[in-house]
Write a protein that binds this ligand. Sequence first.
Ligand code: AHM
Ligand code: MG
Length: 359
Amino acid sequence: MHRPLGITVSRHIMDLQRLHPGATGELSGLLSELIVAAKTISAEVNMAGLADILGMSGKTNIQGEEVQKLDEFANNTIKNRMARCGYICVMTSEEEDDIIPVAEGYEGKYTLAFDPLDGSSNIDFNVSIGTIFSIHLRKSDLGEPPVGRRSTDTEEDWQPAYGKPGSAEDLLQKGNKQVAAGYIIYGSSTMLVFTTGEGVQGFTLDPSVGEFFLSHPDMRIPEKSRYFSVNEGNYSYWDENMCRYIDYLKEQDEAGGRPYSSRYIGSLVSDFHRNLIAGGIFLYPKDNKNPAKPSGKLRLLYEAVPLAFIVEQAGGRAVTGDGRNIMEIEPQELHQRVPLIIGCRHDVDEAEDFLNGKK
Ligand code: AHM
Ligand code: MG
């Protein structure tokens, strides 16, 4: 079958590198390894359900291997691949309490925060789920550049290169210091959406050739929308301003484009992706479900911050609703939660006015 020539994600990454004469290729290498992990996860997600059936007992698959839960599989796939990619010094994952060190001798100059399979409560129901990632330059000293590293070296031959592991401090950096961020959505097709601070590009996986092709160049979120995404089941836990805002969106006002339509998938990546393309506002505000922790549900480092980078690069906004911009929050903890209001610029501005009591 004849296939039109498309721009592969590898070529796009190399083109980006050529635009920056001082670039060392390390970020390109990091992204390429992450993309391999994403393709591995995508293949496994597409087998979800079958693995259990073929495994009969639900514990082993047809090859006699243990069947892992998909979120564990995704976590292990990213962790194991990236620990030896040579471009990062430390990782944090939603699935792990502590920092994840990289293999000794493979320390590099970046850090990686990731949610391996966001929307995991939807895994069993064939609803789109995704991987989210955020990349920073490490803060701590890099050490000596690597020498003589070869992928064929055995552990015995191995000469530690940098020898300086990263720490939680390297991960606890503001969103506006990110060098790259993105997500992979495993939906009706698998898509990769990412930014390195020069706009947002979307790629779709052609499973027959195993390559991502540029399908959504220079993604821009509409200025204003007619969609809102929120778990309205939490209404009774919200403060009065939040309730007023949602009531307002549902009022009839033809000239003002209301009522808005509601779309809530319950997988952040999927809700965000829809709103990025069709326009919309997603809200997971603070609530009083747990009065000791009134900070919303979503995590700063690997959910809010990477999507905030993407939405800003696409022309939208991401805020907390209490006067803070997501990208400017100084993180205190790896798994810190934060209220998230993200989407079209006009809608986020208006939501902020309601939440601050100005409207
Ligand atoms: P998860 O990381 O355990 O999957 O939880 C995060 C998910 C998001 O994908 C989604 O936006 C949110 O939780 C949905 O929460 P709720 O069920 O409270 O509406
Ligand atoms: Mg998540």
